[in-house]
Ligand binder design. Structure first.
Ligand code: SF4
Length: 244
């Protein structure tokens, strides 16, 4: 039974009531701002898509496993350098088993020029061994299974889901982190939290492409050291325009 005491407004409710933000009106306001943010995101993404009509994964690969290897190698390394290394690497190690059984020291030398080569060579061998042992040599197609592989985190998993399997995946790297903050879509610095917030705002069928677009825009216009806001195609929709 509802008692008089149980329906009495608490301090938070009284404060909200003074501000006029209780009940349906408060919910309406929240959803209105979410709709506005989604609309703003769509405008920004469409303009960036127009600026970068050829945006796609810059890593070269022919199989999902090759994309996994290339993505592991791309940490702290340019895509151009990774592509140079993988062109020979994929000839030398033609399949999952070849990477899984690679000589550790030899594989380290093969990927040395991409930096952090010991960790990367180990991650590639362990990931390949897991795929052989747990998935009969086939790269799994779910986030859960991908991040269960040794050496594979959410970022790598999203690259593979989005680009090799066509499953929308939002990759959050340093460019996406910087731009999502400057554009006011998040205040987070943690990649997983940013990914979740952007997933709420960006249309699902744009998730994969949006990462490519933000990365390209971050390299060309909204660089870490200096943002060229005067040349930016989304400056009228960006709260940081002229401030960074
Ligand atoms: S307006 Fe400036 S800060 Fe905003 S996205 Fe463009 S370049 Fe970056």
């Amino acid at each position: 039974m509802t008692t008089r005491a149980s329906v009495r407004a608490g301090p938070a409710d009284r404060k909200a009531k003074r501000k006029g933000t209780t009940g349906p009106a408060r919910r309406k306001r929240t959803s209105r701002s979410q709709i506005a943010e989604k609309r703003r995101a769509r405008v920004i993404l469409r303009r960036l898509a127009k600026e970068f009509p050829d945006a796609k994964c810059a890593l070269e690969y022919e199989t999902p496993h090759q994309l996994l290897v290339a993505t592991i190698l791309s940490a702290q390394c340019t895509d151009v350098r990774v592509n140079l290394v993988t062109s020979g690497l994929f000839r030398k190690y033609p399949d999952v088993a070849a990477f899984a059984h690679a000589d550790p020291a030899e594989l380290e030398q093969d990927v040395k020029s991409t930096g952090f080569f010991r960790n990367k060579a180990r991650a590639i061998r362990e990931m390949s061994r897991d795929i052989l042992a747990e998935h009969a040599g086939e790269v799994p197609r779910t986030m859960e299974d991908l991040i269960a592989l040794r050496g594979v985190g959410r970022k790598t998993a999203n690259v593979v889901l989005g680009n090799a399997f066509g499953v929308p995946g939002l990759v959050v790297d340093t460019h996406v982190t910087r731009l999502a903050n400057r554009m006011g879509f998040t205040r987070q610095r943690n990649a997983e939290k940013i990914e979740r917030e952007l997933m709420e705002i960006f249309p699902r069928d744009w998730w994969t492409l949006s990462s490519h677009l933000l990365i390209l825009h971050g390299r060309k216009t909204c660089a870490a050291r200096r943002a060229r806001c005067e040349e930016c195609v989304v400056q009228d929709r960006c709260p940081s325009a002229g401030k960074v």
